[in-house]
Ligand binder design. Sequence first.
Ligand code: NAP
Length: 299
Amino acid sequence: MLTGKHVVFLGGDARQLEVIKSCTEMGARVSLVGFDNLQSPVSGASLKELSSDVLQTADVLVLPIIGTDEKGQISSVFTSKKLFLTPEVFQSLPKHCLVFAGMAKEYLRKLCQDFGIQLFELLNRDDVAIYNSIPTVEGALMMAIQHTDITIHGSESIVLGMGRCGLSLARVLHAIGARVKVGVRSSEHKARAFEMGIQAFDTSELKDHVKNADLIFNTVPALIIDSAVLANVPHDVVIIDLASKPGGVDYPFAEKRGIKAILAPSLPGIVAPKTAGQILARTITRIMKNELFREGTVQ
Ligand code: NAP
């Protein structure tokens, strides 16, 4: 189904292995750059160095979940070499090449814009974010179990934000018997919480709702658990901050008060890299088929 197409993987972690497997199974020619310490060779894929020669025949370039950093550096758990996606090497990509990353920093967005290359930021897609909320929630439960000496059942658990992760998390906590309260800012989310039988409050009143909390899970990507909130939490509360860096907690203040607040990034890649990889593989291969063969509309 991808026969005749050249897919280049540049860096990544265990999640990429599932995507690589899907591409080889679908008949693509696969080149791996930054995978020289792989424990076992991937059949149907060949190891390459980062060069214009490899990129100039690429139909698809798959980057790590975090794309590049602000200087173009690419991370890979499979090599100790430093990899940089420079404009010089990037410009050799053919114009029809599709670039995939979980998310993109300004550096990568600008590269794609400057050279007229189509960029897909997978974690921005609702479907990927919702599928990803499944391993994220399992990871959040794991963190809660590891860092408390009580059961989640019967605990007062606050979930901040009711987006893709917050909704899944609130539902699972409720189902396992926690006394769940959600902090939201929209009337739609209040209505959804009511429908689920979960108490909701406005995030602007957060500090008035935390005094009996055992666990606080934050999914709001903004400084929401500030010093005023932290001044009102019980000393033994456990805060699990799922929001992307820098998270939503005033960490210096939490540390000063001796409150356990943990920033917990990339949980899908930690607790379920295979499932997380399969989620990405399904989406990437569907987009590839649609875009490279123009068979239909991207879902
Ligand atoms: P999302 O669907 O956009 O949900 C974010 C929620 O935060 C929404 O309910 C939004 O409310 C609320 N919100 C945003 N800014 C707010 C503010 N200033 N005050 C109050 N509420 C605010 O995002 P998501 O997919 O659930 O992801 C949430 C965060 O977790 C992101 O930072 C994401 O990168 C991260 N994440 C982490 C992991 C991990 O492993 N740790 C995994 C997946 C995602 P409205 O709907 O009213 O705007």
